[in-house]
Design a protein around this ligand. Structure first.
Ligand code: ZN
Length: 438
């Protein structure tokens, strides 16, 4: 779990861009942490300065090296702790000794090496066997961001955050799955598993980047693949998300400086006669929540949360407003394919811990705190079937509606699609074993 935190830490730092970092700090930093961090840091900064620049200072040799490492270490710890501020003082000491013992430049190195991976070259491609003729004309996946099932109106949340998707549900065009979890609570970790066939039981035999990928499968059965992302690619480091995108024939990154809201992706709809797959990657409810919707879309305000502790009200209102806006965008995306033989999946990479484990904490699910991890793991998962799709694929529609209560983890998503589109692996029965629709 700690090793995992370390990898996540480096990936976050390297894959993140400046504005995200700023939002991250605004979201997680509070005044006491800031002062604490400043003093904490300042002490070592002074020590380091004396050791480095005042040559007659007593700190020399081994101690000089120790203080230098302690300084670097503290930068790392301070960053890592911004993700879990409420437990800063409980965890600081073990975390420090952990970093001190294994401050892993080798982990950094592993992440940097991962940056060089080309999925097209590393992927192992199995032999496919066609078992049915059930592929639609348009296969669409809308990937949300940081969306918890507990704040989704479709699942009975007290606030109506999904009025638009509910109309599709009422028209029997939307299947709502009740027991779906993400494979992890961090974007990068999820993106290593949910669009390929990599899963828990492959961990000893395979690396994630060697696993057969859904986009490769779609290419093999004659689909063109398009990627439309509202999560801009301006980091210093190629992220795991970008590596998934690169498997597509066309990739669009919407410029978030000109188009700060997810509605910008609606310009990219693929209604041509070709067999096409589209992957939309939204900003969804990414922190900071208030930045995900415009002022005119503000419906919920603090006064609607009188039953909640005061410190939570504004954050909850912003999250629910972002969710309501997200509902309208996902609805529009689905409706853009209403005249095609189309199926559209929508689910987020992972959810959020919205004061579920600790009345003072909202943000990413925290490893090692079961209530926090679980809150961020349970996610909405819905499937839109266009009227044309319903008419042409009645057996698949039956299978989809029959599966809504199954327990499912999104790392088996690729298997489920291979199965639903009428294929299996020639050499084993993994597709039918892992498919949600079986
Ligand atoms: Zn995410």
């Amino acid at each position: 779990m700690r090793a995992h935190l370390n990898v996540v830490f480096w990936q976050t730092i390297l894959a993140t861009n400046f504005s995200e970092t700023k939002e991250f700090i605004q979201t997680y930093m509070n005044a006491s942490m800031f002062v604490g961090g400043f003093l904490f840091f300042g002490f070592f900064a002074v020590l380091y300065y004396l050791a480095e620049y005042k040559k007659n200072w007593v700190l020399k040799g081994r101690w000089l090296r120790v203080s230098r490492w302690a300084f670097i270490l503290l930068i790392a710890v301070s960053f890592a702790e911004t993700a879990r501020p409420t437990i800063m003082f409980n965890f600081c000491i073990p975390e420090l000794s952990y970093f001190a013992g294994r401050f892993s430049l080798e982990k950094l190195n592993a992440v940097l090496n991962e940056g060089k991976i080309d999925l097209k070259k590393s992927m192992l491609v199995p032999e496919l066997e066609k078992v049915g003729d059930s592929a639609p004309q348009k296969f669409v996946v809308v990937i949300g961001e940081s969306y918890s099932k507990s704040h989704c109106g479709l699942y009975g949340y007290e606030k109506e955050t999904t009025p638009k998707l509910r109309t599709l549900q009422n028209d029997s065009l939307l299947a709502v799955f009740n027991n779906v979890r993400s494979s992890d609570v961090h974007t990068t970790a999820v993106f290593k598993t949910f669009l390929n066939t990599y899963g828990e039981d492959d961990k000893d035999s395979l690396a994630w980047y060697e696993a057969f990928h859904l986009i490769k499968f779609l290419e093999m059965i004659g689909f063109r693949a398009n990627w439309v992302s509202a999560q801009m690619n301006n980091s210093f480091f190629e992220s795991v998300q970008d590596k998934n995108a690169q498997l597509c024939d066309s990739v669009v990154y919407v410029d978030a400086r000109e188009n700060p809201y997810d509605g910008s992706v609606l310009r990219y709809v693929f209604n041509g006669p070709e067999k096409e797959s589209v992957f939309y990657h939204l900003m969804g409810q990414h922190t900071a929540y208030e930045k995900r919707y415009s002022a005119d879309k503000r419906i919920f305000s603090e006064k609607d949360y009188a039953a909640y502790p005061e410190n939570q009200r504004s954050t909850l209102a912003h999250f629910d407003n972002a969710t309501l806006y997200n509902d309208s965008i996902v609805y529009e995306l689905m409706s853009s394919y209403k005249d095609d033989d189309a199926i559209v999946f929508y689910f987020p990479d992972h959810g959020q811990d919205l004061y579920d484990a600790d009345s003072a904490y909202a943000g990413h699910g925290r490893d090692g705190i079961p209530e926090s991890f679980a809150a961020a793991q349970y996610i909405p998962f819905v499937v839109y079937m266009s009227p044309v799709y319903k008419e042409k694929h009645p057996d698949e529609v039956t299978r989809i509606f029959a599966s809504v209560d199954k327990e499912f983890v999104t790392d088996d998503f690729a298997y489920s699609i291979i199965d639903l589109l009428g294929y299996k692996f020639a050499k084993n029965d993994k597709v039918s074993r892992r498919s949600l629709f079986n």
